[in-house]
Design a protein around this ligand. Structure first.
Ligand code: NDP
Length: 337
């Protein structure tokens, strides 16, 4: 086994859009696992929108990354060594854990979850069967209290969370599923491959107009991944007693000045709308139900998912992250080591 390995560190905090200069690739000694720890060779890691927030020096629901320290995030790898008193994991096992952005990670065994590559490809545990999958499932069914017959609009619809939201809504009996995304290819993918009833490219015209045309009878649920103009447009199109899941606001993550709010909030009152924020970490109780249901839909072919996998490991991870922010992914953005 190699004695040194690469890790990706935060070199400086970005202002506005991050660049490659905000990252630094460092070569470090491969650590030895101590008591209760495992050494994992990472195979695939996730780059996620929430990581942009952690690059700012602000207190949030997850602590900020530290300048000069390696970044972290979801990864799946293979155990190559185990420390003393690790009883339920062995060399060769695959595990999901939270120390991505590096080739080798020493992880407390208790902070890892064994995954089975014969059930699903390792990458799926970071996407459709992982955190983004549970976000879609819980955000639609629990937070938005989806019910059959609802017309659902989801933004960021071709991304990891969005493409599942639309399909789960369809499979659960939505009357109409509408998605927005940032390219003609993505729009085509949503309607021709994933069974969305309508989709539009938000870069091609005002969101409010395009949404109104796609949803002539209005919408009952808006699953918000984007914020800003999308949120305002959705408030316009929501029907009486409509619900909004506020899952993310990616249009604002790189803003260099404070974003303004929707100008039509008064409609929340008149239409008795509910706007509810959600964090995936609050929905662990749905984990088993989510896996059972989504795995069955994948097996039957009722639910499809895509991944954009960037080869090249740690050296390519910053480019993959930046590409995800620019919309270069369809489905989950991943880095293969
Ligand atoms: P995606 O796979 O959807 O990737 C991000 C996508 O955002 C890009 O592909 C791009 O697609 C789109 N995007 C970027 N900038 C803009 C913009 N200005 N306007 C509209 N779309 C834009 O990421 P995820 O599925 O992982 O995450 C989706 C959302 O869910 C994010 O907001 C994220 O923060 C949130 N999230 C929240 C969680 C929670 O617990 N609350 C958990 C997980 C995710 P396009 O080409 O369409 O522009």
């Amino acid at each position: 086994m190699t004695s040194t390995a690469l890790e990706v560190r935060l070199a400086s905090r970005p202002t506005g859009w991050p660049t490659e200069d905000n990252f630094e690739i460092a070569e470090v000694e491969v650590p030895t696992p101590g008591e209760g720890q495992i050494l994992v060779r990472n195979v695939v890691m996730s780059v996620d929108p929430y990581m942009r927030g952690r690059m700012n020096d602000v207190k949030s629901y997850v602590p900020p990354f530290q300048v000069g320290a390696p970044l972290d995030g979801g990864a799946v790898g293979e155990i190559v060594a185990v420390g003393p008193n690790v009883t339920d994991l062995a060399v060769g096992d695959n595990v999901l854990h939270g120390l991505g952005w590096r080739e080798y990670a020493v992880v407390p065994a208790a902070h890892s979850v064994k995954v089975d590559p014969t059930v699903a490809p390792l990458s799926a545990y970071l996407g459709v069967l992982g955190m983004p999958g549970l976000t879609a499932y819980a955000g639609l069914l629990a937070t938005a209290e989806f019910k059959p017959g609802d017309a659902v609009f989801v933004s960021g619809a071709a991304g990891a969370v969005g493409q599942l939201v639309g399909q789960i809504a369809r499979l659960k009996g939505a009357s109409r599923v509408i998605g927005s995304a940032g390219s003609a290819d993505k729009v085509k993918y949503l309607t021709e491959e994933l069974g969305f009833d309508a989709a539009f490219n938000y870069k091609e015209g005002p969101v409010a107009e395009q949404l109104a045309a796609a949803a002539p009878n209005g919408i009952d649920v808006y699953f918000d991944n984007v914020g800003g103009e999308h949120l305002e447009a959705a408030i316009d199109s929501l029907n009486l007693n409509g619900r909004i899941t506020m899952c993310g606001a990616i249009s604002q993550y790189n803003a260099d000045k404070k974003p303004t709010g929707p100008s039509n909030m008064i409609q929340i009152l008149a239409k008795r709308l509910t706007l509810r924020g959600m964090l995936v970490g609050d929905h662990k109780a749905l984990q088993q139900q989510f896996i059972t249901e989504v795995a069955a839909w994948i097996a039957s072919g009722d639910l499809k998912y895509s991944e954009t996998v960037i080869e090249g490991g740690a050296r390519q991870a910053p480019a993959a992250f930046l590409g995800m922010l620019r919309g270069e992914n369809t489905g989950k953005m991943l880095v293969q080591f």
